[in-house]
Each structure stands twice: as C-alpha cells, then as structure tokens.
Design a protein around this ligand. Structure first.
Ligand code: ATP
Length: 527
C-alpha cells in the first residue's frame, strides 16, 4: 500500500479498532495474516449488510429462493467446477529474502515499495520488489484450503473448504427446483463463508483468507428456447425497460444487464452513490472461456480502484459440468416450450436447426451438439443458462466504511475549532439505529421515561443507552459509531411527550412524539 494511501486508510482502521468494528484475528497471539474479527459494532454492521442483501435479493422478490449449504462438500464438486485444476495464482519466491508473492502483483508491490526508502531495489518487475533479489519461476498455487474428513489421514479423505458459495447452488439446483415451486427464469441465493488461501492477503479486509460472499445464480432459458416460444429474443438493442417488470422474452444479454442494474440499485440503497463506482466490462480476451459477459463493479478504495463485486453471464457451463461429473441430469422440462415447438412443422424445425448450428459453429462449438440441443428443445428440455451476481460481504463493508468516514472541521459559536469524526452510514446498515439519553441522569421523572422509551425501541431495532457525560460528548460517541439518530429525553418530555431527535449528518434537532419518530425511522429503514 502506498504511503499516502496507507495514511488515508489508517485513521479508518484506527477508528474500527477503537470503536469495536474490526480487530485482527487472534490478536493476543500476534494475529494471523488474512483473518479478521468483527467486534460489537462490526458484527451488527455485518448482519445489517447481509440482511439488506437478503431482503433485496430474496425476500423482496418472488423469483428467488434461498439456500444455506455446508462449507465442506463432496470433493468432486471442485473437480467439476474446475477449481481443483485451475483455481490457482502464480506464486514466486525471492531467492534472497525468501518472501513469497503473487507474480501478477509484483508490479503493484514494486510501485508501493518504490515510495519507501529501498536502496537495494533493482528497478524491474523480474526482481524482488522488497530487496532486489532474483525471483524463482512462477508456479501455480491452488488457493483452496485442504482438510481431512474423518479420522484417517488418507488422500481419499481429502476435502476442501469452499472457495465460493456458488457451487452448492448448482449442486442443489434440482432439489431446489423440485421443492420451491419455482420455474425458469428463477434464482437461488446463498450467503456465507468462503475460504481462499490467498498468497498475499492485502489492504486490510479487502483480500482476506476467510471471508463471506453473497451470491445469486439466476437461471434463465437459453436464447434458442425463447426464440421458439416467442418468435424473437429481446436484446439490449431493443431498449428494454430494465426498471419495470421482468419479461419472459428477454435474452441472456438483457438479463445480464438487468442484474447489473439491480446490483447498482442495491449499492445505492445501502449507501454507495452511483458516482462512486464504475462498471468495468471485461474484454473478450479477459473472459473465462464459458462466459459470455462479465461486469466488475469497481470502487475507488483509498488504495486504488478495485473490484467490489462481479456480475457474470456464465452460459450453461456450471450445470453442464455437474451433469457430466455426477451423471445426474441437470436439465429442466419446460412444458410451454414443448407446446410451442409442437406448432413448428418439419421445415421450420430444419431451418431452426440450421440457424442454431451456424451460430454455434461461429462460436467454435460443435454442429452435431447443436443439433442434439435443438432436438432436446423441441422436447421441452434444456440445461438452464445462468447469470451470477457475486459479492463479498467484507469487501462491501470496507467500501461502505470508506464511503461513510469523514473527519469534519467544525467551528463553534466562540470560534473554537474542533474535528468531528463521523460515519455517515445509511440507516439501513448502521449498527446502532438510535441512541437514547436522559438529559439529566439524576432527574427521576425524565430518567424513567427515557428508560421506558429505550426498552420500547430496542424491541424493534438495535438501540444504545448512554447516560454518562455531557450531551455533546454523547453525540460525538454516536457519530463515530454511525448512529443516525440520538434521542434526548428532557423535562419537556414529562409535560408533552415529545423528545429531541438529533440527526447525525445535519446535527439539527427536532421535537417529535414516539409515533412521529417511529414513522420517520421505519421509512428510512425500508427498502
Ligand atoms: P479478485 O480478483 O479480487 O481475487 P475474484 O474475481 O477472484 O476477486 P470472485 O471469485 O468473482 O472474485 O468472487 C466474488 C466476490 O467475492 C468478489 O467480487 C469479492 O467481493 C469477494 N472476494 C473474492 N475474494 C475475496 C477475498 N480474498 N477477500 C474478500 N473478498 C473476496
């Protein structure tokens, strides 16, 4: 991390430690690189980010079902997915200082090191960026953590901690399909821990070895099935309305862009304005061989512009792989498709097959396979294609923290300058929604009302009680925690039931009744 960048992440990291958002894992033993713990405020914040994603992606829709699968799965899953053979980073080692590093990150490390006093740097990527020593040939290093299932340490008992949550969705596709009353197009969502033995975990929680993901696999009909059903396939060139209801005649390209837009809406809703991130459309030579498109949503972190999440159109690759490796059919039966195909005469079918073959061959695929695929379609069968929006919980939390953090220079009435540290979280993800203070601790009447109010509110949302110190100090403590509202109960509350509600961002106060405050809070928390 460059010196100036480091300094811009450092105050945030210090706040996160001081206020109980993020700690080094196993800190009393010196920590363990790439592992982080969330403290009292961090764990609430994380829960809110995940709940927001679940509400937006699963509960708020009729066409997505949830899944909560195990971390350790049958090792054949990782063979089928390609992770066993290809989920590797190129690793190199310095022959002098013995430091391990990712060969593809040497340039970045070199740039970072250049800004530090390093007289021995040789000045080229092929030398160690730390000491200028000679590097070994890069070797692929598989990122999956291995473990043994059962008591016998035998290669046949090797299993892996999942490096992504997505594969369980594919492995349980047929079960979810038959038990959820969903039909293609529909999605399956899952969130949970993933593990990657990253060669160089870096940039605070950005690249960790244990982290959480929130992934959706949205299954769609192949475009050829839509052609049979509707006689056309809607593409982006048709300017579809991506803000309205989803449409059955959308092709993969439209579904992909639709999910990019949905993800952007979600990021806006949890506190990242659109102007703070960019869509990076991967170029054809950057795409995985099976992928038809992939968009990275990138955020300007203090250490540079980096991927926040990705949305990939993965064709039918994953389910086809699992069908091949497990021997279990992964195709679906689509009755409307069969009925539509029945209406095609021999000539129309032959023309359709010819068209599909031409298209497949132009994309380097086999003509015979294309024919078989068309014949399956005529029988209402196909393996669904998939759009995959895949996000990291921790990475999003880091982006939200960076976005929310501000050191404000304030000048009071007497001209005295002061710095206010504030986290401008969206109320939807703020760890504490409301703090309740009795203005005067010793005043029995106000204290009692404040306590009753606190007890009522904490049944609804996470609240914080603070009765110590001046009110100004109490506000500042909540500003650092990102609490959107502070309620102060004072003698007037005893008379008319109203209390002051202080807004974190404007620092303005207004008097509200309990009912008025509930309306205000509920509106701000709703999606
Ligand atoms: P990167 O290129 O940054 O390693 P990736 O392209 O391998 O990421 P995916 O496999 O697509 O990432 O994972 C989806 C999402 O999971 C990422 O966009 C990111 O938000 C999150 N993620 C992946 N690896 C890590 C990690 N080591 N630490 C934290 N989050 C991660």
């Amino acid at each position: 991390m460059a010196e100036e960048n480091k300094s811009s992440l450092e105050p945030l990291a210090a706040l996160c430690k001081r206020r109980g958002f993020i700690y080094h894992s196993s800190e009393i033993y010196g920590g363990i690189p790439g592992f982080w713990d969330y403290g009292p405020l961090g764990s609430e914040f994380k829960r809110n980010v995940k709940d927001a994603w679940w509400q937006f992606t699963v509960r708020g829709r009729e066409d997505v079902a949830g899944l909560d699968a195990t971390i350790i799965m049958h090792p054949k899953i990782w063979k089928a997915s390609g992770h066993l053979d290809t989920f590797a980073d190129p690793m190199t080692m310095c022959k002098e200082c013995k430091k391990l590093m990712r060969a593809d990150q040497i340039k970045d490390i070199y740039e970072e090191q250049k800004k530090k006093p390093q007289p021995k740097i040789a000045g080229a990527d092929f030398f160690c960026p730390y000491c200028g020593g000679e590097l070994t040939e890069p070797k692929p290093f598989n990122l999956m953590f291995k473990t043994i299932v059962g008591p016998i340490e035998d290669p046949s008992n090797v299993a892996y901690l999942r490096p992504e949550t997505a594969q369980a969705i594919f492995a349980q596709f047929t079960n979810v399909l038959s038990t959820s009353r969903q039909q293609v197009p529909f999605g399956i969502a899952q969130m949970g821990k993933s593990f990657r033995n990253e060669v160089t975990p870096r940039n605070y929680t950005f690249r960790s070895r244990e982290f959480e993901q929130m992934e959706l696999e949205f299954f769609i009909r192949p475009d050829e099935a839509i052609e049979i059903l509707y006689g056309h396939v809607v593409t982006l060139a048709d300017n579809p309305d991506l803000d309205g209801e989803v449409q059955q005649d959308w092709g993969w390209e439209v579904w992909h862009k639709y999910w990019v837009e949905q993800r952007k809406k979600f990021l806006n809703a949890v506190g990242l304005p659109s102007e703070r991130f960019v869509e990076y459309w991967q170029k054809p030579d950057e795409l995985a061989h099976y992928a038809r498109a992939c968009v990275d949503i990138e955020y300007d972190f203090p250490f540079g512009r980096q991927e926040l999440e990705g949305i990939a159109a993965r064709s039918d690759f994953d389910l086809s792989q699992h069908q091949k490796h497990s021997g279990e059919p992964q195709s679906v039966f689509d009755d409307p498709l069969k009925q539509a195909a029945k209406k095609m005469d021999e000539q129309a079918r032959a023309a359709f097959i010819e068209k599909v073959q031409k298209d497949w061959v132009s994309r380097g695929k086999d003509a015979e396979e294309a024919k078989k695929f068309c014949e399956d379609l005529f029988n209402g069968r196909y393996i669904p294609h998939v759009i995959e929006p895949s996000a990291g919980v921790d990475r999003l939390m880091l982006a939200l923290l960076c976005e929310a953090y501000e050191e404000q220079k304030l000048t009071d009435d007497k001209g005295k300058e002061d710095i206010r540290t504030v986290l401008h979280f969206s109320p939807k993800v703020a760890p504490i929604k409301v703090a309740v203070f009795p203005l005067i601790k010793k005043d029995e009447a106000t204290y009692k009302i404040a306590r009753e109010l606190f007890n009522k509110l904490r049944k609804k949302v996470n609240c914080f009680w603070d009765e110590s110190g001046q009110i100004g100090r109490r506000y500042r403590r909540q500003d650092e925690a990102g609490t959107p509202w502070c309620i102060t109960v004072d003698p007037q509350t005893v008379e008319d039931g109203t209390f002051t509600v202080r807004d974190r961002d404007s620092m303005q106060q207004e008097r509200l009744t309990y009912e008025q405050f509930l309306v205000k809070m509920t509106e701000a928390l709703e999606f």
